[in-house]
Unconditional design. Structure first.
Lengths: 286, 305, 449
């Protein structure tokens, strides 16, 4: 009896799945076509790309890559390492500081956290670019200009409002009994936080990480005004410079763009499973 | 057990120090600058004249300031509406499909939907400019029998803003999708099963069970979209330029602010930073009010529940 | 277990960050690149080395102090050329190393001014002509170059003027000028039996013949919002409206931007609209070059800096002057680049020495040879250019009066309004008269600063 009903329901859903597949396939096409254009275009040569913009290259031209990677002034591995260190360090600090603060803001019963909460999320709404001059002077005084370390504090400060917003909302929705479960066995408060609260926050932390990863990785402005020496340049800064230099040679620009995009995509595909698991695991199911 | 204020202060300290030093202080200092002008080479106090100028008929770029500013506000609102309608509704649809446990290939689709979010805006802008350019795409589209789609979408004042908005949705749709997926997966399966057994249709399951339960997520996404759209700059810069061409049709508050306060108009490039600070301050106040309204609404509903 | 590891790594990372922050508080920025956090990226990847540190000092240190100067520029295209030039200078003056640090043109003015204000700008920098450069000098950022040996003697007054204050002080050393003209595909012209036009009417006839023969006549578009004004319209304006003394009459308000001359210019450019690529609203500057290079269009109105883009195209091409209502008597020959130095540099003498070298025949010739083709020396010495197309461009000057782009000297605030006017008549949203009136209105309401 029950089985029969279930069968009927799943039949109905199967029908729906066809529509779902069609929808998602169309969308996938819209997503993948520009990518196809970029990658195939990067193997064409200066003139053939104009006549054959979207097809497969007639001859595969690797020169765009070899010259970009080896030519003087294009220090790709260094740019990568710099961007990588900056983004990872900033993200970890945002998540650590953010979850500590959010936990306190959500649980401290007083007027002070309410005020502080709005102070924090207020930062979400102001473009920090307007404070650029102040920040340059500050970084200069700290002796951080022209190093990648000048970027980390700014990114952490940029990421904190959104982290605190998302995480605080999340802690508030989590039942207090769950948060206080560990208090019983007399563990130290900080350990409680790490053992109990942080795992509970995991889906929200994943949101914070994705949400901040993109702007940190793509930011051009602060590297532009803080960093002028080549060995401290981030990937995006290096890419825009090459972009300007090669702009009349499309296939070469596409090679530069592919070089800058593919590693992130590979990283994303490698980690996407964990990433989605992290996003959805440990939810508040009670 | 309720720990003391001092106890909580330790948790807040690291975030507060970084935030105050590298964000709040520089920003507050910039709000102060909105009452100053640096056009003569040194900062001079000018009272509220930056603000009054913004709403006046004084000329900027050949037309009264208020006209440019009003145009930017209008465009930003359209930009925001398109995001809410396309990005967030499609994101919800994708999330519902992706959380259907009987659906195959979910991880692949999920990965593809999120993929553009990992692109640099520079990449997005360059590629779409190429794809939407009739000069390069005409032959290809005509080959597909879609020759009429070969229009300068980014170059016509009537279509440019929609085109840019859709490109932006294309890039960012992964984020609301993921957040909705997380929200939907956190709803207990028992609820669906119970509803399915009762014979509820897919639609009524969606409207009566799923949507109400992910309402907090809807609120959060709305605020994030709101805040991001009102500061949006990069996508217009990458696809059109800092002037919001054609004919200022894609000039958003973000580009207006950047042009006035940071970049200066090409090729002159002398920015009026006091004015930029004033524009940012007004946007800020506006965003705070808007966010409070959304936040309050989602909160009340939680309590009702 | 894994979580603990992550936690430990994260803690380690932030602690080392904080220590790093505290430790390098007063240090020279260059020494802080090898902080511990680099060694601890929180992935499973093996520890990576710190970013490369400074190159070791060269073996044979000269007795003179080693000086490292930086040079800011908006010419990202010229990295290879200018780096070569600077290497040649280093061969002459071994203790001075100058590093070229260009940023993309749209970011140049804003980042430079911010860095100047914060005291972190480069020692040498490309200076914009006229009022943008004057503004930086007035704010005390650009140093006074008037005393640099050779500057006042080796340049004609007209070439000094763009980087000169009203009181005669110089804030930069002129480096290169650019010209503008119509690039045309000789093969297509021969094939379709058209010849180089001398007047605007002839030009439109040529366009019509080409279009009827199925060729896109002009490659230009309006998507990038600068080339249509700077290369195309302002080149026409030289002949439709005038240069020099006439320009000054408009600057003073003696003549109106809504007069017949301007309306005729807008009317003329509107006539060209049907001969632009279809969908020209989306055609960017790069698209224009691509169209011309691929033989997709017969002509492109552009600047001399583009010459080298067409080095390897499979057709013959040439340039002619942008035509006017009658025979063209004037040309848009624009003083583009100059180099100044930072008032706050630690090494003013070394900066001045480099600039003085650019004012010598030897320095100017070396620079001219290093720069990409299409940038013309402004110094009085005769310098031979080797590229035939560059000489073809330069030959357009003979018999014509050269002048800077119309709005540059005093009317930069009209750049935006005039661009809007040109776009308006090309897309048909403005009549020529309405376009001219809008620019006049903008002129009557200058920005207050």
């Amino acid at each position: 009896m029950k089985g029969k009903r279930k069968r009927r329901a799943s039949l109905r859903l199967q029908n729906l799945s066809i529509g779902s597949h069609v929808t998602l396939c169309i969308w996938s096409l819209i997503v993948l076509f520009p990518l196809w254009t970029m990658v195939t275009g990067s193997f064409k040569d200066k003139l053939s790309i104009y006549t054959n913009t979207f097809g497969l290259p007639e001859t595969w031209n690797w020169q765009n890559y070899t010259t970009t990677l080896t030519e003087r002034g294009s220090n790709f591995p260094t740019y990568f390492l710099n961007s990588f260190v900056v983004v990872i360090a900033s993200l970890l600090l945002v998540m650590l500081f953010g979850s500590l603060a959010a936990y306190a803001l959500a649980r401290w019963r007083s007027r002070i956290p309410t005020v502080l909460y709005f102070v924090f999320i207020g930062g979400m709404m102001l473009p920090i670019k307007i404070a650029s001059v102040r920040l340059i002077v500050l970084m200069k005084d700290l002796g951080l200009l022209n190093t990648i370390w000048s970027l980390i504090p700014v990114y952490v400060a940029m990421g904190l409002p959104i982290a605190i917003f998302v995480l605080t909302e999340f802690v508030r929705q989590t039942p207090v009994e769950m948060l206080e479960a560990a208090n019983v066995d007399g563990a130290s408060p900080f350990l409680t936080f790490w053992r109990i609260v942080v795992p509970l926050l995991r889906p929200a932390l994943a949101t914070v990480a994705i949400y901040n990863l993109i702007p940190f990785w793509n930011d051009l402005w602060f590297p532009l005004i803080f960093i002028s020496n080549d060995k401290s340049k981030t990937l995006m800064l290096g890419v825009t410079r090459l972009f300007g230099e090669f702009k009349t040679d499309w296939s070469r620009v596409l090679a530069v763009l592919t070089l800058s995009a593919v590693p992130v995509m590979i990283l994303y595909f490698i980690f996407s499973k964990q990433f989605i698991k992290g996003l959805t695991a440990g939810g508040v199911k009670g | 057990m309720h720990p003391s204020g001092l106890y909580w202060a330790w948790y807040l300290l690291p975030a507060l120090v970084v935030y105050l030093l590298f964000m709040a202080f520089p920003l507050l200092d910039s709000v102060r600058l909105s009452f100053f002008s640096d056009n003569t080479g040194s900062w001079e106090f000018v009272g509220i004249s930056n603000y009054s100028k913004l709403f006046s008929n004084e000329f900027f770029e050949g037309v009264p300031y208020i006209q440019r500013y009003g145009n930017a506000i209008k465009n930003t609102c359209v930009f925001f509406c398109i995001h809410m309608l396309v990005q967030n509704v499609l994101g919800m649809l994708f999330a519902v499909i992706l959380t259907n446990k009987r659906m195959r290939g979910r991880t692949v689709y999920q990965a593809v939907i999120f993929l553009p979010t990992t692109f640099a805006i520079l990449v997005t802008g360059y590629l779409w400019k190429l794809l939407l350019n009739p000069i390069w795409s005409r032959g290809f589209l005509e080959g597909l029998g879609l020759g009429s789609l070969s229009q300068p979408w980014l170059g016509q004042p009537e279509t440019a803003l929609t085109a840019v908005s859709l490109i932006s949705c294309w890039q960012w749709i992964g984020i609301p999708t993921m957040m909705f997926v997380a929200g939907l997966l956190n709803i207990s399966d028992d609820l669906y099963e119970a509803a399915e057994i009762e014979g509820a249709s897919k639609w009524s399951i969606f409207w009566r069970i799923k949507l109400p339960l992910v309402k907090p997520v809807v609120g959060m996404i709305s605020i994030l979209t709101f805040v991001n759209n009102f500061n949006a700059f990069d996508i217009v810069y990458a696809t059109e330029g800092a002037n919001g061409p054609p004919a200022y049709a894609t000039d958003l508050l973000g580009t207006f602010f950047a042009r006035v306060g940071i970049l200066g108009q090409h090729p002159r490039g002398n920015a009026d930073r006091g004015m930029g600070a004033a524009i940012a301050t007004i946007t800020f106040i506006f965003l705070i009010i808007g966010s409070l309204i959304v936040l309050n609404n989602t909160r009340t509903k939680e309590k009702e529940k | 277990m894994k979580r603990k590891l992550t936690l430990a790594l994260a803690l380690l990372l932030c602690m080392s960050m904080l220590i790093g922050l505290a430790a390098c508080g007063g240090d020279d920025p260059a020494t802080t690149t090898d902080n511990p956090p680099t060694d601890a990226p929180p992935t499973d990847a093996p520890p990576t080395d710190a970013p490369p540190t400074d190159p070791p000092p060269s073996a044979d240190d000269p007795p003179l102090e080693d000086v490292e100067l930086t040079m800011a520029s908006w010419r990202t295209d010229d990295v290879a050329a200018v780096t070569d030039l600077l290497a040649k200078y280093k061969a002459l003056v071994p203790n001075v190393t100058i590093t070229f640090q260009p940023v993309n043109p749209p970011d140049y003015n804003s980042t430079l001014e911010m860095q100047l204000e914060a005291g972190t700008a480069a020692d040498l920098m490309y200076a914009r002509s006229y009022d943008v450069g004057q503004g930086l000098f007035n704010k005390g950022y650009l140093a006074d170059c008037t005393g640099i040996t050779g500057l006042m003697d080796n340049f004609a007054a007209g070439n000094l003027a763009p980087w000169q204050m009203p009181d005669g002080k110089m804030f930069a050393v002129p480096f290169a000028a650019v010209s503008h003209g119509v690039y045309y595909n000789k093969d297509i012209f021969a094939d379709k039996g058209v010849s180089v036009p001398n007047t605007w009417a002839e030009f439109i006839d040529v366009c019509k013949t080409l279009k009827d023969a199925g060729v896109t006549p002009i490659a230009n578009g309006i998507a990038d919002n600068w080339d249509i004004l700077e290369c195309f319209f302002l080149s026409m304006v030289s002949n439709y409206v005038g240069v020099g003394a006439t320009r000054e009459q408009y600057e003073n308000g003696d003549k109106k931007f809504s007069d017949d001359a301007w309306v005729k210019a807008y009317t003329a450019i509107a006539e060209a609209a049907p001969y632009l690529p279809s969908g020209f609203q989306s055609v960017t500057y790069d698209d224009m070059m691509a169209l011309f290079a691929s033989g997709g269009a017969a002509m492109a109105v552009d600047g001399s800096w583009t010459i080298s883009v067409y080095d390897d195209v499979p057709f013959e091409w040439g340039v002619f002057a942008v035509p006017g209502p009658n025979d063209s008597k004037n040309i848009n020959f624009h003083p583009d680049m100059a180099i100044g130095y930072n008032n706050a540099t630690k090494y003013p003498e070394e900066c001045k020495a480099f600039l003085a070298w650019l004012c010598t025949q030897e320095g100017a010739s070396t620079a001219s040879a290093a720069l990409p083709t299409g940038f013309f020396p402004m110094i009085d010495f005769s310098i031979q250019l080797t590229d035939p197309h560059a000489n073809e461009f330069l030959a357009l000057n003979s018999g014509r009066e050269p002048d800077a782009r119309f709005v540059w000297p005093k009317l930069m605030f009209l750049y935006g309004p005039m661009l809007d006017a040109v776009n308006g008549v090309l897309t048909g949203s403005l009549t020529p008269q309405a376009a001219a009136d809008a620019v006049q209105t903008a002129y009557e309401n200058p920005p207050t600063d």
